[in-house]
Ligand binder design. Structure first.
Ligand code: NAD
Length: 489
C-alpha cells in the first residue's frame, strides 16, 4: 500500500479508505493508496510548522544546501526505483522517464541549492533629511509551510520543481500529488529520511481535490503559501479558497500553445521540434503545441512531414525498447480526448492521421491508448483549435502574413508558451517579443535552463518561478533601513 508520509513516517490515512493506483498501459492495478483524512492533513501541517522552528530552521544555509545536494545524489542513486515507479504510474516510455523526468527531479534540488547560495542581496545607500547616511538592505526569510499541489503529467519533475526551491529557501512543505500518480512523491520520503532531512520538512498527503486532501490542504489555516500546477479551472477554485486566509499563490495552469512556422524555416529542425511538442508524453505536457500555424507556401510539406513523424510513433509497454509512445493517463482522460476527436470530425476537420484508438496487442487492451492525430480544415477559433485538449494532437492552419500569424497566435485567453520556426533573425526577435506568453522557443521546444523565468500569463497562471524568480515566491522579503548617526572618530 502507498501511504501518506507525515513527520518522517509512513502512515495510513484515517479515512480508512484506499483508492486504486492503476497502470494506464493495460488498466492493471499497481497498488492501493491510503487516502488522507482532514486530521492527517492537520498532522502534516503541524509537523511542517514544528520543523520550521526545529532543526531545519536552525540549519546554516550551507548545511541546508548540502542536504539538498544529498537528496539529488540519492535520487540519482535510486534512479531505477524512481523510473520504475514513474513508468508504472504514467505508462510513459522508459527512455522519457530516464532522460527527462527523473534526472530533472534530481536537478531541481541541485539547481535551487545553487541559486540560493549565489543570490546577491539588494542594497541602497541613501540619506536621511538631516543629511546623515542610511543603508537599506533586503533580508529574506522563508514563507513558512508551503502547500504543493501537483498534476499527473510529469509527476516527480513538477513536484520537485516546487519542493526544491521551497526547501532551498528554508520552508517546509506538504505535498498533495495527483491521485493518478502518487508513487514517486511517496518514494521521495525514503530519500529524505535516508539523507537526514529532519522529520516534518517534507510531508505527503494522498487523496483527491474537492472534499479530500487537496481541499483540506489548500484551505488549511496553518499553511503560509500555495503553489499549484494543474488545470485552469482547478487553479481558480484554489485561488477562491486561498482568498479567505490571504494566502500567496503561484499558479502554473493550462495552455493552448501555438507554433508558428515561416516559409524560410529549416524544415528538418521544424519537424523535429513540432513532433516533440505535439506528441511527446502523448501530448500531455503543459508546454505542448496544439495549434500549428504554417505559412502557406510550406503548408503541405509541413503537414506531410509531421504526419510522417506521427507514423514513426510506436505505442507499447514502457519497458519495450522499440516503443516511443505511451498511453494517456486514464480512461477518463482518454474519453475527454476522444470527445475532442469526435468534435473535430463534426466540425468538418480533415483528419490527416489518427483520430481514434490504435490497433492494440492483447496485453494493452485495457489501457487508455489514443492515436496521434493531425487535423487541417478547422477554423482558427473553432473549439478544437481553442480549448486545451491535453492529448497528442494538433490543428494545422495556414497563414499568409506575419501579422496574421501573430494575431492568431495571441488570440487566446491562455499565455503559457509558443514556438517560432524561422531562419530570419530579425523576424525571430520581433515575433518572439510580440507573443503574449511566458515562454518562447525559437527553432526548438522545451529547452529549459532552470535559472530562467517560467510561468504563464492570462488563463495560464499567476507568477513566475525558476532561478531567482522562485525566491520571490518562496521567501518573504523585508527591507531593513539603518540610519548611521555616528561621526568618524
Ligand atoms: P488538475 O487541476 O485536475 O489536478 C491537479 C491537482 O489538483 C491534483 O493533485 C488534484 O487532486 C488537485 N485538485 C483538484 N481539485 C482541487 C481542489 N478543488 N482543491 C485542491 N486541489 C485540487 O490537473 P491535472 O489533470 O492533474 O493536470 C493537467 C493540467 O495541468 C493541464 O491543464 C495542464 O496544462 C496543467 N499543467 C500546467 C503546467 C504549467 O506549468 N503551467 C504544467 C503541467 C500541467
Amino acid at each position: 500500500m502507498i501511504r501518506n508520509f507525515i513527520n518522517g513516517e509512513y502512515r495510513e490515512g484515517r479515512t480508512g479508505r484506499t483508492f486504486d493506483d492503476t497502470n494506464p498501459v493495460d488498466g492493471s492495478l499497481i497498488d492501493n493508496v491510503s487516502e488522507a483524512a482532514r486530521e492527517d492533513v492537520d498532522d502534516a501541517v503541524r509537523a511542517a510548522r514544528e520543523a520550521l522552528s526545529g532543526p531545519w530552521g536552525s540549519l546554516k544555509l550551507a548545511q541546508r544546501c548540502d542536504l539538498l545536494y544529498a537528496v539529488a545524489a540519492e535520487i540519482d542513486r535510486r534512479a531505477e526505483d524512481f523510473i520504475a515507479a514513474e513508468i508504472a504510474d504514467t505508462g510513459k516510455p522508459r527512455s522519457l522517464a530516464s532522460h527527462l523526468d527523473i534526472p530533472r527531479g534530481a536537478a531541481n534540488f541541485r539547481v535551487f541549492a545553487d541559486v540560493v547560495r549565489n543570490v546577491p542581496t539588494e542594497s541602497f545607500a541613501s540619506h536621511a533629511p538631516d543629511g546623515k547616511p542610511a543603508l537599506n538592505y533586503a533580508s529574506r526569510r522563508p514563507k513558512g509551510v508551503v502547500a504543493v499541489v501537483c498534476p499527473w503529467n510529469l509527476p516527480l519533475l513538477l513536484m520537485t520543481w516546487k519542493v526544491g526551491p521551497a526547501l532551498a529557501c528554508g520552508n517546509t512543505v506538504v505535498v498533495k500529488p495527483s491521485e493518478e500518480t502518487p508513487a514517486t512523491a511517496a518514494l521521495l520520503g525514503e530519500v529524505m529520511n535516508a539523507v537526514g532531512i529532519p522529520k516534518g520538512v517534507y510531508n505527503v498527503v494522498h487523496g483527491f481535490g474537492p472534499d479530500s486532501a487537496g481541499e483540506f490542504l489548500t484551505t488549511h489555516p496553518g499553511i503560509d503559501a500555495i503553489t499549484f500546477t494543474g488545470e485552469t479551472r482547478t487553479g481558480a477554485a484554489i485561488i477562491r479558497a486561498s482568498a479567505a486566509g490571504i494566502k500567496p499563490v503561484s499558479m502554473e495552469l493550462g495552455g493552448k500553445n501555438a507554433a508558428v512556422v515561416f516559409d524560410d524555416a529549416d524544415l528538418d529542425v521544424t519537424i523535429a521540434g513540432l513532433a516533440r511538442s505535439v506528441f511527446e508524453n502523448t501530448g500531455q505536457v503543459c508546454l505542448g503545441t496544439e495549434r500549428v500555424y504554417v505559412q502557406r507556401s510550406v503548408f503541405d510539406a509541413v503537414v506531410q512531414k509531421l504526419a510522417d513523424a506521427a507514423a514513426r510513433l510506436k505505442p507499447g509497454h514502457a519497458n519495450d525498447p522499440d516503443a516511443n509512445f505511451g498511453p494517456l493517463i486514464s480512461a477518463e482522460h482518454q474519453k475527454k480526448v476522444l470527445d475532442y476527436y469526435a468534435l473535430a470530425k463534426t466540425d468538418g476537420a480533415k483528419v490527416i492521421t489518427g483520430g481514434g484508438i490504435p490497433e492494440l496487442s492483447s496485453s494493452m487492451k485495457g489501457g487508455s491508448w489514443i492515436e496521434p492525430t493531425i487535423w487541417t480544415g478547422l477554423a482558427h477559433g473553432s473549439r478544437v483549435a481553442s480549448e486545451e485538449i491535453f492529448g497528442p494532437c494538433c490543428v494545422v492552419i495556414p497563414f499568409d502574413t506575419e501579422k496574421e500569424a501573430l494575431h492568431m497566435a495571441n488570440d487566446t485567453p491562455y499565455g503559457l508558451a509558443a514556438s517560432v520556426y524561422t531562419r530570419d533573425i530579425d523576424r525571430a526577435h520581433r515575433f518572439a517579443g510580440a507573443l503574449k506568453v511566458g515562454v518562447v522557443w525559437v527553432n526548438t521546444w522545451f529547452l529549459r535552463d532552470l535559472r530562467t523565468a517560467f510561468g504563464g500569463s492570462g488563463a495560464s497562471g499567476i507568477g513566475r518561478e525558476g532561478g531567482v524568480h522562485s525566491l520571490e515566491f518562496y521567501t518573504e522579503l523585508s527591507n531593513i533601513c539603518i540610519k548611521l548617526n555616528g561621526e568618524a572618530q
